[in-house]
Design a protein around this ligand. Structure first.
Ligand code: HEC
Ligand code: HEC
Length: 611
């Protein structure tokens, strides 16, 4: 009796210090005793708890819109989940669902990790790029600090008392000291590195792994725009700042994969698993104790739709993959890599059409894509921007966010497309080289309707148009005095802003009642590469607080730049007479948009969304 108690204790110690469960953020976590698995279901707004002995779903708990990272707290069965779209961290008991706390944060919590004693939680805020520390005893927010731009991935090293975090749009890794909550070390990537969501420690060696892509903005071609990478950093301070990048297509006999999402390393540090959310497959690799080779491929496995997470059980025997668009978790035996269980974790909450569209949007396979490198989501991840300005054939084009797009047609900066179904041209073009979704030939002109020609293409449009506006975090307490002054200036006859940025969505894209497309020359179309300007569609300003850089060419780094250095001749509203304080007031107003749901006003005005 006493003997088995001792064994249980030392096993528990082994598991909690093994560095596997809970030390790096993921959509999936396994309890320290290896008995429970929790996964966060972004589309359903729930967390599901699975019993790993029987491989059955125990319960599914509603937590709020777009949950991302989830973690068990220390060796308990309490869970903390970052609820991205509701700006809160929810803590609850995994066995009975009892709510322990809801902790409000500023905006967009993405990653969450717990220390092994269950005393502290660390949360990353994608926007505004912050780390938050929460006391897991009383669930109070203890400290927070801005540590970069768009911080997502997070891993905790208790040994060195540091967090490693990743910048989403630069794949930069930063070490944050737990003593000061300040950045104490940094591993830069290449300027084209992009979309680094997760970072994972090697439990035995001084290494951490982050999957990312490279966005090569000067190449609009299916085999040159987007590349998958595994970045490996040496974490030991003594070893300097070595960072190595493995092009993923070099790992497995030149096989191309797209959208690497997460890496897991086995507790004995011998195996590494990497899932690809675009080609729906996984590489199982051996970790090689050699700083130049790092990994050696073992097997490639086909997975389900859009795998976003992979975790290994504390005993190393099982491997779990979360297929986000099959809504399941699949268990594999790590020795044989055979599938041992398939656990449905949530119902499809999207409806059949949007789900079909979303699967197409994330797919780097036919009929969408010919060469496997890229998918729509490589540049529009979860409908957000990729932070890039692409050198398109028509000129420089900054990637827009899809938030509220159903209400802001026509689309593209030049308003050259009137429906998402026109992206059949992108699918078949040099960028994606897919077979396409319409049977037979496509009409050359963008004007005539493609809607109704293909169920799949209509589904792609339905998904693309499903992204909602998010309220600005700067307006949670209503408009500040500065923002109110800015609103007056914005609406004034002198500045003219509201002449073009009008109506519930602050755009005048269509004339009423004639319904013709309107474009304006605001003095921004003089780049030598420009083929379509100088007049552009008036963009909505709702959500601009998080979408820098600005303007179609991305040359305005800040909102103030739009009104100053990029508006020297007062062609984009009159701003030259404004004092720096007044410019600041307008910026404060822009940052607070939207401060109320624009759809309510739109419906009252009789407007209808596109599908
Ligand atoms: C290589 C990166 C890349 C890929 C891949 C890509 N896009 Fe885009 N997308 C862009 C850029 C850049 C823009 C802005 C272009 C413009 O306005 O002219 C854009 C604009 C859009 C817009 C207009 C948004 C708005 O608010 O006006 C839609 C819709 C869109 N893309 C859908 C898609 C779909 C669907 C796919 C896949 C078939 C896709 N994109 C693939 C980069 C990409
Ligand atoms: C004549 C119509 C017009 C007026 C007046 C106007 N805008 Fe614009 N606005 C546009 C157009 C068109 C664009 C897109 C230009 C481009 O991308 O090159 C734009 C772009 C912007 C952007 C960048 C949005 C983004 O997502 O990158 C901001 C911010 C903005 N306007 C704010 C203002 C403010 C503030 C004023 C008043 C000082 C103003 N605008 C006046 C038409 C107008």
């Amino acid at each position: 009796m006493r003997h088995s108690f001792l064994i249980a204790c030392s096993l528990a110690l082994l598991f909690t210090t093994s560095g596997v469960a809970g030390t790096s953020n993921s959509l999936m976590d396994i309890s320290a005793d290896g008995e429970l698995l929790a996964c966060s279901n972004r589309d359903s707004g729930t967390v599901t708890v699975v019993d790993l002995k029987s491989h059955t779903k125990l319960r599914e708990f509603r937590v709020g819109q777009k949950p991302e990272g989830v973690t068990f707290i220390g060796s308990t069965t309490n869970l903390a989940v970052a609820v991205y779209a509701e700006d809160k961290v929810v803590v609850f008991n995994a066995t009975n669902g009892g709510r322990l706390a809801e902790i409000d944060v500023f905006d967009e919590p993405y990653g969450v990790v717990s220390d092994s004693r269950g005393e502290r939680l660390f949360v990353t805020l994608d926007y505004p790029g912050r780390v938050v520390e929460i006391d897991a005893g009383n669930f109070e927010l203890v400290r927070e600090a801005d540590v970069g731009r768009f911080i997502r991935g997070v891993a905790l090293s208790e040994k060195t008392s540091r967090l490693l975090v990743t910048e989403y749009y630069s794949a930069k890794v930063k070490a944050v000291s737990l003593d000061s909550l300040k950045v104490v070390d940094e591993w830069k990537g290449s300027s084209s590195d992009n979309l680094a969501r997760q970072i994972t420690f090697n439990p035995k060696r001084e290494k951490a792994y982050l999957p990312n892509i490279r966005s090569s903005i000067t190449t609009i071609h299916g085999t040159g725009s987007i590349f998958p990478y595994l970045s490996i950093i040496d974490t030991a301070p003594a070893e300097g700042k070595r960072r190595k990048r493995i092009p993923v297509d070099s790992v497995f006999s030149s096989l191309v994969t797209a959208n690497p999402w997460e890496v897991a390393v086995s507790p004995n540090a011998r195996e590494l698993y990497m899932v690809f959310a675009g080609t729906n497959d996984m590489f199982a690799c051996e970790v090689v104790d050699d700083d130049y080779r790092e990994i050696k491929s073992r097997r490639r496995l086909d997975l389900g739709a859009n795998p976003r997470a992979v975790r290994v059980a504390p005993d190393g025997k099982r491997l779990y993959v979360y297929n986000a668009l099959d809504f399941n978790v699949v268990a594999y035996d790590t020795k044989t890599l055979r599938r041992v269980a398939d656990i449905a974790v949530t119902e499809n909450p999207l409806g059949a059409e949007v789900l079909e569209g979303k699967r197409l949007f994330y797919s780097a396979l036919q009929p969408m894509v010919g060469r496997r490198w890229i998918s729509c989501s490589s540049c529009h991840p979860d409908g957000q921007a990729d932070g890039r300005t692409w050198h398109n054939p028509e000129g420089l084009r900054n990637t827009q966010s899809f938030a509220g797009m159903a209400w802001t047609h026509p689309i593209h900066w030049s308003a050259d497309r009137d429906e998402v179904q026109d992206f059949e041209h992108t699918i078949r073009g040099p960028l994606m080289q897919g077979r396409g979704l319409i049977r037979g030939r496509v009409q050359e002109q963008l004007g005539p309707k493609n809607k109704g020609l293909s169920k799949q293409l209509d589904a792609l449009a339905a998904y693309s148009n499903s992204h909602k506006f998010a309220l600005s975090p700067y307006a949670k307490q209503g408009l500040s005095d500065a923002a109110k002054r800015g609103r007056e200036l914005f609406r004034s006859d002198r500045t003219q802003c509201a002449k073009c940025h009008q109506g519930p969505f602050l755009t005048d894209s269509r004339s009423r009642p004639a319904n013709e497309i309107i474009r304006h020359d605001v003095g921004t179309g003089d780049d030598e590469s420009e083929k379509m300007g100088p007049a552009y569609d008036t963009p909505t300003l709702l959500g601009v607080y998080r979408t820098a850089p600005y303007l179609h060419h991305g040359k305005a780094e800040t909102l103030a730049d739009v009104l100053t250095s990029q508006n020297k001749d007062d062609k984009h509203g009159a701003t030259s007479h404004l004092s720096p304080e007044q410019i600041n007031d307008i910026v404060e107003y822009l940052k607070a948009l939207p401060y109320e749901d624009p759809v309510v006003a739109a419906k009252a005005a009789g407007l209808t969304p596109e599908r």
